[in-house]
Design a protein around this ligand. Structure first.
Ligand code: ADP
Ligand code: MG
Length: 162
């Protein structure tokens, strides 16, 4: 499959299409895949984005935020220093969160992620796997792996469908 994979999202069985691996060959393809993937992310959702630095997690969020009409692709930047970026759209409030610099449970608590969770919120969390509670509470996990300069393997696990 490639980034142009046609996705259907209405039924659990159809979501099986998404559980397979996808390979993209450019940042643009990953953004396009993020746009399609947004169908799976009707709020409320807690999404963990896994992958090394430069794997393409933030790039994928550009497509997701664009599909939700919450932000233009170019306005989605890494929340590495600000920790949380909020993008409000007509159908959802997206929170793009980067926990790379957060090391303790206590620091995590001061971020107040629980306060961001609501019926119309989608939390997209980079480095969330550092915290067992977030791993337990996630609805969807998206793993990105670098497989060459411009090649990324993207695997989606919809834990609600497991
Ligand atoms: P992360 O948030 O995982 O650290 P970023 O999305 O910030 O990663 O960075 C990914 C980098 O890799 C960007 O510079 C992007 O242009 C580049 N890149 C090259 N090929 C791809 C691809 N297929 N998908 C996503 N990003 C890619
Ligand atoms: Mg990032």
């Amino acid at each position: 499959m490639d980034g142009q994979t046609n996705l259907r999202s209405d039924k659990r069985s159809d979501n099986q299409d998404l559980l397979r691996e996808t390979t993209t060959h450019s940042a643009e393809e990953t953004i396009a895949f993020g746009r399609t993937l947004a169908q799976l992310l009707a709020p409320p959702k807690l999404v963990l984005l896994r992958g090394d630095l430069g794997a393409g997690k933030t790039t994928l969020v550009k497509g997701i935020a664009a599909a939700f009409e919450a932000a233009a692709e170019e306005d989605v930047t890494s929340p590495t220093f600000t920790l949380v970026h909020e993008y409000r759209g007509p159908r959802a409030n997206l929170y793009h969160i980067d926990l790379y610099r957060i090391d303790t449970q206590r620091e995590l608590e001061t971020l107040g992620l629980d306060d961001l969770r609501s019926d119309n919120s989608v939390l997209l969390i980079e480095w969330g796997e550092k915290f067992p509670r977030l791993v337990r509470e996630r609805d969807v996990e998206i793993a990105l792996e670098r497989d060459g300069e411009n090649v990324r393997r993207i695997t989606i696990t919809d834990t609600a469908a497991l």
